[in-house]
Design a protein around this ligand. Structure first.
Ligand SMILES: Nc1ncnc2c1ncn2[C@@H]1O[C@H](COP(=O)(O)OP(=O)(O)OP(=O)(O)O)[C@@H](O)[C@H]1O
Ligand SMILES: [Mg+2]
Length: 401
């Protein structure tokens, strides 16, 4: 054990001989006395003090102990992002000051190994380390998927969720590069992404499910058809398909494989809630909820937001999009009144432009190719920016302080 306050003696790579696991301790997470005591109890663990910054964190760490303050939302948010976004981050145990149900849950749902309320008691620490040792060496990269999933939901039918998912996906492909972005049309019964992209022959979800247990081994990077923009498409089944054709397990395999092969997967979900849509939402780094400007739609948004909160999915960042807004609609219900009724502002307001959007959907084109520089294009670009933000910022742990 190296308790000299630095990384001296630590060469990175595998743990020193005799040690099964290497555990890094960031400043404030554990005291030297605690580490020394635990080192006596757990000879399989090599304890390393890392200081306050991640910058010099050695690559061979198996577990990281990190202190965060639950009363500082920005710290929790950064910790959640790192856990979810950074494929290179070691598995993390958070030592949480000002712990409560919601910040503990947010950290656990983001993939933390454990959350220990500070100050950490000896028994809680010993039990945590016992569990870590019992699990053995965690799996290393590249087995964890590296891409990000953005889930698209709608409050109301025909609000334009698919058209926006496809158009933002095309723009995202322009930003991130060919072959980096995939739209997965999981609206099993009425999915229309293939139609809107004029890609009738694209591989479908039912084609993928036909391979059974090999679903996770499918090489989607080569199997999926490419749109002219470079975006890939996994199409909805061509025939109306039972919603339970997907299960939580097959959804997991499918989304894990897509996240392995694409930096960004945009999943268009069906209008109903099922066990597998819940699983898809759980693994999303962001949820985009699309609606329109009307009283019934406001009610549907509130219902969806309540449901997300009941399902404990409200820790996932959500982008609320009000689509196809025009003067007539605003005369009947102002944006501000709708926001007041919903209890939060719209993040993006997209204007109605039937001529451009429908021409794009009819011909499988992007809206900028139909007509350049429209307000519709600018607003959709904002959505593409939000959708790509996490995928682009999935950076090394050195960025987290
Ligand atoms: N901003 C917009 N301006 C004008 N028309 C739009 C706009 N956005 C979408 N549309 C049109 O709205 C119609 C419905 O779009 P879309 O199929 O994407 O909705 P959806 O929410 O996915 O519907 P579903 O409930 O069937 O899944 C399409 O004809 C599309 O061209
Ligand atoms: Mg749709």
């Amino acid at each position: 054990m190296d308790l000299r306050g630095g990384l001296k003696g630590f060469a990175g790579g595998d743990a020193p001989r005799g040690h099964l696991l290497t555990l890094g301790i960031m400043t404030g997470a554990l005291t030297e006395a605690q580490a020394a005591h635990m080192a006596g109890l757990f000879p399989a663990i090599d304890f390393q003090f890392l200081g306050g910054l991640f910058d010099d964190a050695p690559p061979g760490l198996d577990i990281l102990f990190m202190a965060v303050d639950g009363a500082a939302p920005d710290q929790i948010e950064r910790a959640v992002r790192q856990c979810k976004l950074n494929p290179a981050a070691p598995q993390t145990v958070f030592v949480l000051r000002n712990a409560d149900l919601s910040n503990t849950r947010a950290l656990l749902q983001s993939g933390a190994v454990d959350v220990l309320p500070a100050p950490v008691g000896e028994t809680a620490l010993a039990l945590c380390l016992e569990r870590i040792v019992a699990r053995g060496k965690p799996m290393r990269e590249p087995s964890r998927p590296v891409g990000q999933l953005v889930a698209v939901l709608k409050a109301g039918g025909g609000v334009g969720a698919t058209a926006l998912a496809v158009q933002a996906g095309i723009m995202a492909a322009g930003r991130m590069g060919s072959g980096k972005v995939c739209v997965a049309d999981l609206d099993l019964q009425f999915g229309s992404a293939a139609l809107y992209l004029d890609m009738a022959e694209a591989l479908t979800v039912s084609d993928c499910l036909a391979v059974g247990e090999f679903l996770g081994d499918t090489q989607f990077a080569t199997a999926l058809a490419a749109h002219g923009s470079g975006m890939r498409l996994l199409a909805a089944p061509r025939e109306v398909t039972a919603l339970d054709a997907l299960t939580p397990q097959s959804t997991d395999s499918l989304l894990t494989a897509l996240r392995r092969d694409f930096a960004l997967t945009i999943a268009d979900l069906p209008p109903v809630w099922t066990a597998w849509t819940y699983r898809a939402l759980q693994s999303a780094v962001r949820i985009v909820l699309v609606t329109r400007l009307s009283v019934p739609h406001v009610h549907l948004v509130r219902r969806q937001l309540n449901l997300l909160s009941l399902q404990k999915l409200d820790a996932i960042p959500l982008t609320l999009v009000c689509n196809a807004v025009n003067g007539d609609r605003q005369n009947m219900l102002s944006i501000r009144a709708a926001e007041r009724a919903i209890g939060r502002p719209f993040d993006i307001v997209i204007p109605e432009d039937s001529r451009v959007m429908e021409a794009a959907c009819n011909q499988g084109m992007d809206i900028a190719a139909v007509k350049r520089g429209t307000k519709l294009e600018k607003a959709t670009a904002m959505l593409a920016e939000v959708m790509t933000a996490e995928a682009l910022s999935a950076q090394p742990i050195s960025k987290l302080r």
